[in-house]
Design a protein around this ligand. Structure first.
Ligand SMILES: [Zn+2]
Length: 96
């Protein structure tokens, strides 16, 4: 089935996104952490978008798009339609 999608982290079925074929589901995105395992949160800078990331514990800004979910390297970014999307990161983002 063409629209088949499962979360690359937990295997949960969901809606396929042609733009973000390797995005991780929202449940997994909430477990995103830095290299040391500190929890991260993501959001838009303003209503018009923009990417922002910060630590869950002290709200310190996190100055990177790279995050880790269950040991897998992921890339968080502003989603095309607003919000934040976290995808599996498997190499330089501009290589595709
Ligand atoms: Zn998942």
């Amino acid at each position: 089935m063409k629209d088949h999608y499962v979360c690359p982290i937990c295997g949960k079925p969901g809606e396929r996104s042609p733009r973000y074929p390797k995005y991780v589901c929202l449940d997994c995105a909430t477990r995103a952490a830095d290299k040391e395992g500190r929890g991260l949160a993501f959001g838009n800078v303003s209503i018009s978008g923009g990417y922002a990331a910060w630590y869950q514990d002290n709200k310190e800004p996190y100055d990177s798009h790279i995050c880790y979910v269950d040991g897998r390297t992921c890339w968080a970014d502003e989603a095309h339609m607003g919000g934040i999307v976290v995808s599996i990161y498997d190499g330089p983002i501009n290589e595709k």
